[in-house]
Write a protein that binds this ligand. Structure first.
Ligand SMILES: [Zn+2]
Length: 392
């Protein structure tokens, strides 16, 4: 009979093997359908390295791909019709990693905080708490002496209100990113919320959780003074939108035009409507997220402050449960902690990066922050991950 330690070891090997199988099938889907070439880890220097902008001009935009989607609804042959923009436009221009492992807690706030600190955060997912380790925004601003206007987060849920700044003593207050919560702005702009209910849905997992907003909450007056959007225009535009992520991308465009931050982090969340159990809404969320990612990339190409000097990262915070897992309920949740929900992907596009190349070596999701640091010239000294050499 196996001892406890032996069975944990056997289980860990099984999870690693499942993750590797998933990465290889993902790689083969992309090679067959998006024409990607297999990258070699020996291919060190980037053929386009000269095309990267000088360090002081470089910008980075990070999009988290909305609460996670599974391969059968995205990269697998039967799922590709849901992501025509990623498959046809973005992936062929990107360096794609098929095995980005998340070993942390699978809650959206805590997982996004882990992505933003490069350390697996253990804060309560449903509490209004800052990350414990310094965020990428604090390293960036303090190391490079950048103003508050140069680092921003646009987040879908009021529960993300503290994500811009840690309470780590090496930094102290004042070095974080400004956080915009479009739903908070919209509810402040509309006293009754009538006509806007579909845009104000805050959390798909715990509908009754109403986080207390604290810290530097971005308010309507700042939307008018900094983003040049009047409350009336904002309300009128919101009436034309179908989802919270569309509202976020509207704010992102204003932010890029008016303030052109060098470090911009956008958290999509529509896909997580899967928790409600309706498969059609989950698919609709994936299709919308696919379209919105392409719209952000298009804005990057068309805004002079961003064109030719911006790297775009797209990655999920984590995946969703497999149909086979008896402990879960398939696409609906991310509760089992199985290989499928932990093995995500990442694509990176921009000047100086290889295009149309896929790598299936195992990365850790905490590698993102050190990679951004190497690209922009700052040192995330307390982050646990490693810079991804294929992107440098
Ligand atoms: Zn969720």
């Amino acid at each position: 009979m196996e001892s406890g330690a032996q069975s944990r070891h056997t289980n860990r090997i099984a999870v690693q093997e499942a993750a590797q199988r998933l990465a290889i099938s993902r790689r083969e889907f992309l090679r067959a359908s998006a024409g990607l070439a297999l990258g070699s880890t020996f291919l060190r220097s980037s053929p386009l390295a000269y095309a990267a902008a000088p360090l002081s001009k470089r910008k980075v935009v990070v999009i988290t791909f909305g609460g996670g989607a599974r391969d059968q609804e995205t990269f697998a042959p039967e799922g590709q019709r849901n992501i025509p923009n990623l498959m046809g436009e973005l992936i062929p221009q990107s360096t794609f990693f098929t095995q980005v492992v998340n070993r942390g807690i699978l809650g959206h706030y805590v997982a996004t905080a882990s992505l933003a600190t490069g350390v697996y955060e253990t804060i309560n997912n449903f509490a209004s708490l800052p990350p414990e380790s310094p965020t990428v925004f604090e390293y960036f601003r303090k190391d490079l002496g950048r103003p508050a206007s140069d680092a921003w987060v646009v987040a879908p849920s009021n529960g993300f209100n503290r994500i811009g700044e840690s309470d780590h003593r090496a930094f102290g207050p004042g070095w974080g990113a400004r956080v915009i919560l479009p739903k908070h702005l919209l509810s402040a702009a509309t006293s009754s919320g009538a006509d806007y209910g579909h845009l104000l849905h805050d959390s798909y997992e715990t509908p009754l959780y109403a986080p207390e907003l604290s810290g530097n909450t971005f308010e309507l007056e700042q939307m008018q003074s900094l983003l040049k959007v009047s409350v009336d225009d904002f309300k009128a535009h919101a009436r034309t939108l179908s989802s919270p992520d569309e509202l976020s991308v509207y704010i992102v465009r204003q932010l890029m035009r008016q303030l052109a931050p060098s470090l911009l982090w956008v958290t999509m969340h529509d896909i997580d409507i899967a928790h409600a159990g309706a498969y059609s809404l989950y698919i609709e969320g994936i299709r919308r997220t696919d379209r919105l990612c392409a719209e952000v990339w298009k804005t990057i190409q068309s805004e002079p402050e961003y064109a030719g000097k911006t790297t775009l990262f797209i990655l999920p915070d984590f995946g969703r449960d497999a149909d086979e897992d008896a402990g879960g309920n398939g696409f609906q949740h991310h509760r089992t902690g199985d290989a499928l929900s932990r093995t995500t992907w990442m694509m990176a596009l921009g000047p100086g990066l290889r295009q149309g190349v896929v790598f299936d070596r195992k990365l850790d999701c905490t590698d993102l922050v050190p990679t951004i640091g190497s690209m922009m010239g700052f040192s995330p000294s307390l982050a646990h991950g490693k810079p991804i050499l294929e992107l440098l």
